[in-house]
Design a protein around this ligand. Structure first.
Ligand SMILES: *[C@@H]1O[C@H](CO)[C@@H](O)[C@H](O)[C@H]1NC(C)=O
Ligand SMILES: *[C@@H]1O[C@H](CO)[C@@H](O)[C@H](O)[C@H]1NC(C)=O
Length: 390
């Protein structure tokens, strides 16, 4: 029932776009996707699904969900888009092979709330650990990255002839042939293969690796962040605190029931959103007469392009949690209430075509995460003061 309402809302929004701006069919904005309804692709060691620009009008970013069973191996692979991911549940071990001598490999365990950032084209691999494996939300700085098309070790080996493979792996031709035959027979199932749980967790690498510190891992749980009076917050990982993540950043947004991330935009980043739980209304404003309003729930995704006005409002009875990902290591925001408060109320009254009393009644301090919406009746004096200060 939520789903049919959801699409009804989008259909209405698109109609109003058509009516108001005359955009032609096929150019309708689709800034949300009911990703929760997209079927999983199932592999021996887990499952996977992707949201790209073929299913949503996300012009610069894409995303995916991976679920690895204990012992599930997302094989060694690489792609030319940066990857920012958050573990939503369980535990996994991820490794990334960096270039350079300081941290040749960066292998660490990740639990819920831990983030990884893998720069473009660096090979990485992830395994699910006991007892429950892990669920991972990944986001990419490219609109059409789908890991099913990523370059991988098995995919490359499958292209080699026996003699080349023997030379490359330093093994006799007979061994190389056996390996290639076996690997080719398994084909795509290596995308997420099933391995031996205990050995995966305890066996040492074949080459000595130098462990330094977790360059590519960041734990949101260790962050300090301001919490609103109702418990709403944004807990973020950006390049200031997570220096490896130069091209992407992200956050967990918690909204209490009735809470809202108020009207704002990002001057330097697109935003890709994933709803962990709760039900939210999202609105995106992209041009005069062009906007969408939609209701999305657990497992659904949304997108707000750079400079588009947007908001997220918790319309459910429970707290809502979203993962927000940005295609810039630094993300900055402009809040509409700050902007409105930056000019005298009379100026604003003229600009919006409203009475000066109404202009004075606006709560100019309502930036960011006000928590529960409450009709704040500020005294005109206080409002003026607030306005001046901003
Ligand atoms: C998706 O993005 C790619 C890369 O920018 C582009 O070539 C392709 O046309 C896009 N597809 C759609 C459906 O917009
Ligand atoms: C919603 O997700 C958050 C973050 O993962 C979690 O802490 C919370 O327990 C979840 N709430 C419910 C009702 O599952």
């Amino acid at each position: 029932m939520r789903s049919s309402m959801h699409w009804a809302v989008i259909a209405v929004a698109c109609v109003s776009i058509l009516l108001q701006s005359g955009c032609v069919a096929g150019q309708q904005l689709k800034y949300v996707e009911q990703f929760s309804k997209q079927p999983w692709q199932v592999f021996p060691g887990g499952r996977f699904k992707a949201s790209t620009n073929s299913s949503m009008s996300a012009t610069s970013m894409a995303g995916a969900l991976f679920e690895l069973k204990p012992g599930g191996v997302r094989e060694l692979h690489w792609h030319n888009a940066a990857e920012w991911a958050m573990v939503l549940r369980g535990t996994c071990r991820a490794t990334v092979l960096d270039e350079g001598k300081t941290h040749p490999t960066d292998t660490w365990d990740y639990t819920a709330g831990d983030v990884w950032y893998f720069p473009p084209n660096l090979p990485h691999s992830v395994v699910g650990l006991a007892p429950s494996g892990c669920l991972v939300l990944a986001s990419y700085k490219s609109p059409d990255t789908n890991e099913l098309k990523a370059l991988s070790a098995s995919g490359w080996l499958a292209t080699l002839n026996v003699d080349t493979a023997a030379l490359a792996l330093g093994v006799p031709a007979g061994n190389a042939k056996r390996m290639l035959d076996k690997s080719r027979a398994q084909g795509r199932s290596q995308f997420i293969a099933q391995g031996p749980v205990q050995q995966l967790a305890s066996q040492q690498p074949s080459l000595p690796v130098k462990r330094t510190k977790a360059v590519h891992r960041f734990s949101l749980a260790k962050n300090k962040y301001p919490v609103g009076p109702d418990g709403s917050y944004v807990n973020k990982a950006d390049v200031a605190t997570f220096p490896a993540a130069t091209e992407m950043s992200g956050a967990i947004l918690r909204l209490a029931p009735g809470g809202m991330r108020t009207l704002h935009w990002h001057p330097a980043a697109d935003e890709w959103q994933y709803v962990i739980n709760g039900t939210v209304e999202v609105g995106v404003f992209t041009a005069p007469g062009e906007s969408i309003t939609a209701t999305i729930g657990p497992g659904d995704v949304g997108f707000a392009p750079v400079s588009s006005g947007h908001y997220v409002r918790n319309i459910g009875k429970d707290p809502a949690y979203l993962v927000l990902v940005f295609n810039n290591g630094v993300f900055t925001s402009i809040d509409v209430s700050n902007f409105l408060g930056a000019v005298p109320p009379s100026w604003l009254a003229a600009g919006l075509g409203i009475s000066s009393d109404d202009a004075r009644s606006i709560n100019y301090r309502l930036a960011g995460l006000p928590g529960r919406p409450r009709p704040v009746q500020k005294k005109p004096e206080a409002a003026k003061k607030a306005g001046r200060k901003l």
